[in-house]
Design a protein around this ligand. Structure first.
Ligand code: ADP
Ligand code: ADP
Length: 228
């Protein structure tokens, strides 16, 4: 589904963020990218939706080189959730979630019905939270809206960059458990960046353990936990 072939990213200032990286993620697989700050996780992820272009190597999505994909079309197929999701402050939770379906051509009523379903899916009762504004939500609730919105275009691929990194530990554990359950149902192909090894092991079907500039180990949780 996602395949990196000898991908290197060197920034303009000469920093090599990712060095000759090759790996593959299967359809429906959730891979966590874990490692210390600055080791290239975010760079890896942002190359998948072409927010960053590789210096060399190529990235295939469903067998096709993304370098020749239309970025707008590409991003429609790739949901994206970051640490602090940016919601429209002057739109309600329901409208924030309905924007993408509406942009994709659904009539307003249908887009709102779809948005309500998505909110339900991420554990936010639309009859309670739908009419609230983002500043009337907790951090964890805002992240849920971010996940709902990322799912709105029904993308086969999800990129998640420390999506639960800014919420307190208790809520965070809730979100992890719920997201894992959601993933059992949806079977998206997911790249999930975290610097928290516990989170990586709890969520990942496989875990890509980063060292400087690349992946040092790429294994299922049991192997990672059992490693010396
Ligand atoms: P991580 O997500 O693991 O924290 P990043 O991918 O953000 O790592 O960064 C990898 C390396 O690339 C770091 O050394 C970082 O400082 C550097 N880097 C990231 N973005 C840029 C940039 N725009 N220009 C120059 N260097 C960058
Ligand atoms: P809006 O800015 O109103 O959310 P866009 O045209 O930017 O609308 O969004 C179209 C699609 O692209 C949506 O599925 C959205 O989630 C996705 N998208 C927007 N920005 C990005 C991004 N930086 N990376 C990946 N997908 C994105």
């Amino acid at each position: 589904m996602i395949r990196f072939e000898h991908v290197t990213k060197r920034y303009a200032d000469g920093t090599t963020a990712v060095d000759d990286l090759s790996f593959e993620v299967a359809e429906g697989e959730l891979v966590t990218l874990v490692g210390p700050s600055g080791c290239g996780k975010t760079t890896t992820m942002k190359m998948v939706n072409r927010l960053i272009e590789p210096t060399s190597g190529r990235i295939l999505l469903d067998g096709a080189d993304i370098a020749s994909a239309d970025p707008v079309e590409l991003r429609r197929r790739i949901g994206y959730v970051i640490q602090q999701v940016g919601l429209f402050p002057h739109r309600t939770v329901l409208d924030n979630t309905a924007t993408v379906p509406h942009l994709l051509g659904r009539p307003r009523k249908q887009a709102r019905d779809r948005a309500a379903e998505l909110l339900e899916l991420v554990g936010l009762d639309p009859s309670v939270y739908g009419d609230r504004y983002p500043d009337q939500l907790s951090g964890g609730q805002r992240q849920r809206v971010g996940v709902a919105r990322a799912l709105a275009a029904d993308p086969p691929v999800l990129l998640m960059d420390e999506p639960f990194g800014a919420v307190d530990p208790v809520v965070r554990e809730h979100l992890q458990t719920e997201f894992r359950t959601l993933q059992e149902r949806l079977r998206k192909t997911v790249l999930f960046v975290t610097h928290d090894i516990e989170e990586a092991v709890r969520l990942g079907d496989r875990i890509a353990v980063y060292g400087q500039g690349g992946i040092e180990q790429f294994d299922p949780p049991a192997t990672v936990l059992g490693a010396p």
